[in-house]
Ligand binder design. Structure first.
Ligand code: GMT
Length: 396
């Protein structure tokens, strides 16, 4: 299903951290490399998911200065310089930047510098969420972000909802291509087969020694994730169903959550496991995923849960309804409606047959986001952008 017959030299700019945009960018790059493209990751640190290298994968580190004059180091400038350098030295066909801030404006600056040297390198910006819905629309960023997004040779967003938000909050006139996030289903089925059901049950027993059900939440513990709601739902569910809660990830809300666990007297049933490199290992033995976010452009963590056959109880905000289907892969509630979320969680957890049905359906829904369906969309766009760039070049 590949649209490109020739392989390309692609520069991917992303955050190297646990955030969804970095994960999507890295997995995309790895998949493109497997198809024969040369992929150059450009970031200030090696992306966490870039755990395996192959002959087609390269990593270029942006070194941030620590000159004492600067209270704030000018990352965008060193990134732009790096993009110029890598574009020329590696003869890049295109740059694909993930998360608009500050990657889109750095790519624009690099493009201008490259043009002054006679090089034309197009760039694609993928909008991921908070770069639009929270940070980007703030007046302190908006003019630069609107400009940089509009100057992109192509724009993609990870959901229809984020596309609508972008048109609503920014003066962007260009078409926005919706290319949803993806997972590699094969990785999930292989992992399950590799570990085996017996071993999975053994791992589950470690956290749920008395056959309790396991609810799980994975995030960067930012306020937008509404971790307090996770605990409130859990506290209600545990009154009806024997259940444990696993919290994976870390971030600014952690102290608040630790305090709340004590206040609610649930510390014995809640495990805060911190930043885990392989969250899929924990999803394998979990029964229900919680995602009560305030805003969420997509909800990659929910999709990863579904790929692991874990149904999802979530809010109905942003792009989540495009991923989690109400009454099929899980349930959706209004943001903050912890009563409804708890009621739905008990409905699924209380009956083994219903749980089994939702597990099956969650997996079925995850199949629609398999990488084999999504990757050709990116390849088609790359092809169009590079061809258009070549046409401009020849017409000059
Ligand atoms: O806020 C986050 O969860 C991290 C952020 C990021 O840095 O990548 O996530 C956004 O991008 C993800 C990947 O496209 C989406 O799955 C998340 O829904 C989105 N987060 C929000 O919109 C809050």
């Amino acid at each position: 299903m590949c649209f490109i017959n020739i392989t390309m030299n692609i520069g991917i700019v992303c955050y190297p951290t646990f955030g969804g945009s970095g994960v999507v960018a890295t997995e995309l790059g790895k998949a493109l490399a497997q198809k024969g493209h040369k992929v150059h990751f450009i970031s200030y640190s090696q992306p966490v998911r870039l755990d395996s290298f192959s002959e087609n994968i390269f990593y270029h580190e942006v070194s941030v200065s620590n000159y004492p004059l600067f209270d704030y180091q000018p990352y965008e400038l060193v990134l732009a310089s790096k993009l110029v350098d890598v574009s020329i030295f590696e003869n890049l066909d295109l740059l694909h930047v993930h998360y608009a801030i500050p990657h889109a404006s750095a790519a624009y600056m690099a493009q201008q510098i490259l043009a002054s040297k006679g090089w034309r390198v197009p760039f694609i910006t993928t909008l991921h969420g908070t770069d639009i819905t929270l940070v980007g629309k703030d007046a302190s960023f908006e003019p630069v972000i609107t400009f940089a997004i509009s100057q992109s040779n192509a724009i993609t967003s990870v959901s229809e909802s984020l596309k609508r938000d972008t048109y609503k909050h920014f003066g962007v006139r260009k078409p926005i291509h919706v290319i949803p996030n993806f997972i590699c289903i094969e990785d999930y089925t292989k992992l399950r087969a590799k570990i085996g059901e017996q071993e999975i049950e053994k791992h589950k027993k470690y956290y749920a020694p008395n056959k309790e059900k396991i609810m799980i939440h994975i995030s960067n513990f930012r306020r937008v994730k509404r971790l307090e709601d996770v605990l409130k739902v859990f506290e209600k569910v545990r009154k009806e169903v024997p259940v444990k809660l696993l919290l994976l990830g870390d971030g600014p809300e952690r102290p608040n959550i630790e305090r709340m666990c004590r206040e609610l007297d649930v510390c014995n049933d809640v495990r805060l496991l911190g930043k885990v490199v392989n969250p899929d290992d924990y999803l394998l033995f979990s029964d229900l995923f919680l995602l009560p976010s305030e805003t969420e452009s997509f909800g990659l963590a929910a999709l990863e849960a579904m790929a692991s056959r874990v149904p999802v109880i979530s809010s109905n905000t942003g792009g989540i309804p495009e991923v989690n289907l109400h009454g099929f892969s899980g349930f959706l509630s209004q943001v903050g409606d912890v009563e409804d979320m708890a009621k739905n969680a008990v409905f699924i957890l209380n009956n083994p047959e219903i749980l089994q049905k939702f597990r099956k359906q969650a997996f079925e829904q995850a199949l629609t986001f398999d990488i084999h369906k999504i990757l050709p969309m990116y390849e088609k766009l790359y092809d169009e952008v590079v061809k258009e760039n070549a046409t401009i070049e020849t017409n000059k």
